[in-house]
Design a protein around this ligand. Structure first.
Ligand code: BGC
Length: 350
């Protein structure tokens, strides 16, 4: 079989290589890959700036946004050949910490978790992969062309759960959400906001291409231009920040209505400094009982929520979110930014 590999820490090491077919252990599922999605984390790994190979090796199979079809399932696993599945990314730390011991692997406290395709475990960017049944999640059969959105949708499902739990500490009936950034995470966050019946607003830099249409396709409002002005006009109860851009992160912190919840989901590069009026930020958060929460990764429960959200969504809208499909043999092209890219996926079939 062919697999997409990198040497973490080495820029330019991306390769499509022939590897031996994997053989599942007694309990594992064997899955034939359909596609893998490419995200900012994958780009960082390909640039040599992130990622860890499995212990004792220098190469990592890339890919954490998976979709495949079960080829072989052991009896009693709950799966059958032909099922459409996605694999969960994270595995618990070996200690385990309290959160991992309670199945909340996305909330690992000691940082010793592993992640397929990112940290110390081979990913799903191979034509055949194995997965333990407890880390596989089934999708409805009609999602074959879009089910590769499961992992980003699971990250967003977790973020929404965080918002609702944080908001739930007092009376909370939010009306308006502002999502900053119309990339895949922002658009999926907007989708889940629309599915909750909220008044959804999305802010992005571009004013043409697929993003405005995708946002309007959800019945949501699309904004560009001066972020502070947009935030002030919308006056959202919730902000889901999905750019990681310093100025937007800062504007978000004080951008909600009273008792607002800001959920930060963008992973920004460190080392870029800007001046801030820390006093006024603190003052506003305190005097309004606001909350700011960071959210990353997802556990099985969020993957199941993602499967439900994708099943309930308009498939045609999900298909338009995937703006480019690249065959595995040309995988390197998936990592070259093109102007109208939203989500780029690699087709793993021969
Ligand atoms: C993935 C998460 C992961 C994070 C940090 C993100 O791109 O979606 O699952 O936890 O990177 O490695």
């Amino acid at each position: 079989m062919h697999a997409l590999t990198v040497q973490p820490g080495r820029h330019g090491s991306l390769n499509v290589r022939q590897l031996p077919d994997p053989s599942p252990s007694g309990q594992e599922l064997l899955v034939r890959a359909l596609s893998v999605g490419v995200c900012g984390t994958d780009r960082e790994i390909v640039d040599g700036a992130y990622g860890w190979a499995p212990p004792g090796r220098d190469r990592l199979v890339l890919g954490h946004e998976s979709l495949g079809r079960v080829e072989h399932a052991p009896p009693g696993s709950g799966f059958s050949a032909g099922d459409l599945v996605a694999g969960v990314v994270r595995r618990p730390d070996p200690v385990p910490c309290g959160a991992c011991a309670h199945g909340e692997i996305d909330m690992c406290r000691n940082g010793r978790y592993s992640e397929r395709g990112i940290k110390e475990l081979d990913g799903y960017g191979a034509q055949l992969w194995c997965v333990e049944p407890e880390y596989a999640v089934k999708l409805q059969p009609h999602l074959q062309t879009v089910g590769v959105l499961m992992e980003p949708a699971s990250v967003v499902a977790k973020a929404w759960e965080q918002v609702e739990r944080v908001g739930g500490r007092s009376w909370f009936e939010p009306q308006r959400v502002l999502v900053t950034g119309a990339g895949p995470i922002g658009l999926l966050a907007a989708l889940l906001g629309a599915q909750r019946g909220l008044d959804v607003h999305v802010l992005d830099r571009v004013d043409s291409g697929p993003k405005p249409l995708l946002v309007r396709g959800l019945g949501a409002a699309y904004h560009t231009g001066d972020a502070e002005k947009v935030i002030e006009e919308v006056c959202p109860d919730i902000i889901i920040e999905a750019t990681g851009a310093n100025a937007l992160v800062l504007a978000s912190l004080t951008g909600t209505a009273s008792y607002g919840v800001v959920c930060l989901t963008g992973v920004s590069p460190a080392g870029r400094r800007i001046g801030v009026d820390a006093g006024s930020i603190n003052r506003e958060i305190v005097l309004q009982n606001d909350a700011v929460v960071g959210s990353v990764n997802a556990n099985q429960h969020h993957f199941r929520q993602a499967a439900d959200a994708l099943a309930a969504a308009d498939r045609n809208w999900l298909e338009r979110l995937i703006t480019r499909r690249v065959p595995l043999a040309h995988a390197a092209e998936a990592f070259e930014d093109q102007p109208d890219d939203v989500k780029v996926v690699i087709d793993m079939r021969d």
